[in-house]
Design a protein around this ligand. Sequence first.
Ligand code: GTP
Ligand code: MG
Length: 173
Amino acid sequence: DDSDGEAEEYLFKVVIIGDSAVGKSNLLSRYARNEFNLHSKATIGVEFQTQSMDIDGKEVKAQIWDTAGQERFRAVTSAYYRGAFGALLVYDISRRGTFDNVGRWLQELNTHSDTTVAKMLVGNKCDLDNIREVPVEEGKALAESEGLFFMETSALDSTNVNTAFELVIKEIY
Ligand code: GTP
Ligand code: MG
């Protein structure tokens, strides 16, 4: 019987963070709506989408939050992280600088969230292997040393997008 609001017991907040233009908004639109935009604009403030999935026969809903990578467009930091159970920290495998900044994002995440938050390091744009600047092994090694899950994804060709979100959501659940 769903009339007692049982479904609401399983609403989990997940945040996406990382530098501007690494593909955060496209990862979310690919996951939630199977959409990709080659010319998407930088996010201003915060957007979110709710996506349901089935785990062990139970409906689990994830409310996935997406904010601007650009400092001047960002939402209030503490409010953004408040209540989060999971986090995807995204860099772009074709831009070394976005990987170099992972440590800063991780520090912010750790400052504003619980230690129990399920965290995944995501190397996005793996379709751009021909102009790759960050080897897979480096991503893996960083994730291992920081205790994060790791996956390379492509919002463009859909590689591992569902898998990445669902792994984090399952870990929370
Ligand atoms: P901010 O909102 O400024 O923080 O950026 P963002 O991280 O949300 O990036 P966004 O999703 O807007 O994508 C930036 C650009 O990268 C867009 O031109 C996208 O089309 C492109 N892009 C996103 N994901 C991929 C991907 O997996 N592969 C390729 N080749 N391009 C991608
Ligand atoms: Mg965005």
